[in-house]
Design a binder for this molecule. Structure first.
Ligand SMILES: Cc1cc2nc3c(=O)[nH]c(=O)nc-3n(C[C@H](O)[C@H](O)[C@H](O)COP(=O)(O)OP(=O)(O)OC[C@H]3O[C@@H](n4cnc5c(N)ncnc54)[C@H](O)[C@@H]3O)c2cc1C
Length: 456
């Protein structure tokens, strides 16, 4: 990094918010997947104006700039693969306003998902997107990845709650759509492009978040099955019935055993698979839907049903669900974690297919995910052995080929980042790929904004 650039960054931010110490750089070199790369400098702006000045500087010198939030991303989105500047949003962490009548929260990007919900719950309001990382991941990061989560089945993903954005474009210009952005065509297009762009088109400096009323009651059940067909039949049965549950989460036997060993939550370890199902809303409709789903489960071959009769039990089941990622790390030392989605009707074929592929490549597979959305987290678990890891990578390629044959998509909710670029190029070909490249070139002709992500 040229001394004049560092000097200019210090002029914009003051010396305390510009870091070149190795220990700070290392902390900004990785996210929750394996790949890492060191930045040359880390900056911590506190306002959109400062972000704008930093981006203008980067654009002038053609220095890569990588937005960085809580770094829980699973595809390397915040890893600065070409070095340059890491722009941490850490100091832009305030809830600016909750407008109860407008059901709107105006926030800075680094507000933690759970913190926003704790605050708005005081007014009986709710921000539904609930990635399992919600205790640590930021709403800015959720918007940049268009994060999903268990309750997105009923309520929609992050995009559905972005009512407006303030962003800094790669030329340093600040654009604020205001809270009615989704109602006017031009702003709506901008919001749509920036949401899920993984920081490749702009830096989000403020968000206008739509809120909805907090459900009054929850009813939760854990349903066990001895075979995948019965699980899939039940899933389809619920959707045929016309009910839209809040949650329908799938957990396979290997994942059940891992999390039970980890938490001792009383999960049925003999079950081939589990569905965690939840209904929510007002007390009457929630109960009616819950009972109808119970009947559907019984009529379609459920072998065990546990009902969470207390808040403590519901919390325990949710802790088990949200701990799956950590729990399966105990299974084998190496994990290749992928995230695919297929049409709900193809879920059975996908799950059976992953098992066959794992057998063929002599590796272990652990599956869990948001079954109601057809979104499965496929984890290939391996010994730390180069030959086995190579087989694991080949198995993953095969799993992505199967996903695409089933009209699925290579990223259910974890973005593309670095780790999915190859599969993205398999999925998006011809015009759908070149249009995306052209959009990027229009926003960022110098390719300074999070380069090396999404596109190979
Ligand atoms: C245990 C675990 C469970 C998870 N569960 C889920 C899940 O259920 N659903 C799900 O969708 N994801 C899940 N994730 C993935 C991850 O938590 C989400 O992608 C989350 O949205 C990332 O937020 P973050 O604040 O950590 O962002 P980071 O990881 O820091 O950044 C993510 C991307 O956003 C960009 N970015 C960050 N802030 C901004 C900004 N202000 N402006 C522009 N670009 C920005 C970064 O450059 C990067 O490309 C999980 C991760 C873990 C570790």
């Amino acid at each position: 990094m040229k001394p004049e650039v560092l000097a200019e960054l210090r002029r914009i931010l003051g010396p305390d918010l510009v870091h070149t110490a190795p220990e700070v750089l290392v902390c900004h070199s990785y996210d929750s997947q394996d790949y890492s790369a060191m930045p040359e400098v880390v900056v911590e702006p506190t306002s959109a104006q400062q972000v704008s000045e930093i981006v203008k500087l980067a654009n002038h010198y053609k220095i890569p700039i990588t937005p960085f939030a809580a770094s829980t991303g699973r595809t390397g989105g915040s890893v600065p693969i070409f070095g340059g500047i890491v722009l941490s949003t850490r100091r832009m962490n305030r809830i600016l306003k909750v407008e109860v009548g407008n059901r709107l929260a105006i926030i800075q990007p680094h507000v933690i998902n759970d913190h926003l919900n704790q605050e708005v719950a005081k007014y009986g309001l709710y921000f539904p997107p609930d990635p399992s990382s919600k205790g640590v991941s930021t709403v800015g990061g959720n918007i940049a990845e268009c994060a999903g989560g268990p309750h997105c089945l009923k309520y929609g993903v992050t995009r559905d709650y972005v009512q407006g954005l303030e962003v800094v474009l790669p030329n340093g210009e600040i654009v604020d759509t205001g809270p009615f952005g989704t109602r006017d065509y031009a702003s709506s297009a901008l919001i749509g492009l920036v949401t899920g762009c993984e920081g490749t088109l702009a830096v989000i400096t403020k968000a206008y978040i739509k809120l909805i009323p907090l459900p009054k009651v929850y009813r939760t059940m854990l349903v066990g099955f001895d075979d995948l067909t019965a699980m899939a039949r039940t899933l389809t049965g619920v959707f045929y019935s016309g009910i839209l549950p809040a949650v329908m989460e799938f957990i396979d036997n290997a994942a059940i055993r891992c999390v039970e060993a980890y938490l001792h939550a009383g999960l049925p370890v003999e079950a081939e698979s589990l569905l965690l199902i939840e209904t929510d809303g007002d007390s009457i409709s929630t109960e009616i839907e819950f009972n109808r789903i119970l009947d559907i489960c019984k009529n379609n071959g459920a072998t065990s049903i546990q009902i969470a009769e207390t808040k403590e039990r519901r919390d325990q089941l949710w802790l088990a669900r949200r701990s799956l990622n950590a729990a399966i790390m105990r299974y084998k030392p190496v994990k290749i974690a992928e995230d695919i989605a297929v049409p709900r009707g193809a879920l059975l074929e996908m799950l059976e297919g992953t098992k066959k592929i794992a057998e063929q490549y002599r590796v272990h597979v652990v599956n869990y995910g948001h079954a109601g959305d057809g979104n499965i987290h496929v984890n290939i678990m391996l010994e730390n052995d180069p030959e086995e890891i190579k087989r694991g990578e080949e198995a993953i390629d095969e799993i992505f080929r199967l996903t695409l044959r089933l009209n699925g998509t290579c990223s259910g909710e974890h973005g593309i980042g670095i780790t999915k670029r190859k599969y993205c190029s398999w999925e998006f070909q011809g015009a759908s790929y070149t249009i995306q490249l052209a959009i990027r070139d229009t926003f960022d002709p110098n390719h300074i904004m999070n380069p090396g992500k999404i596109f190979e």
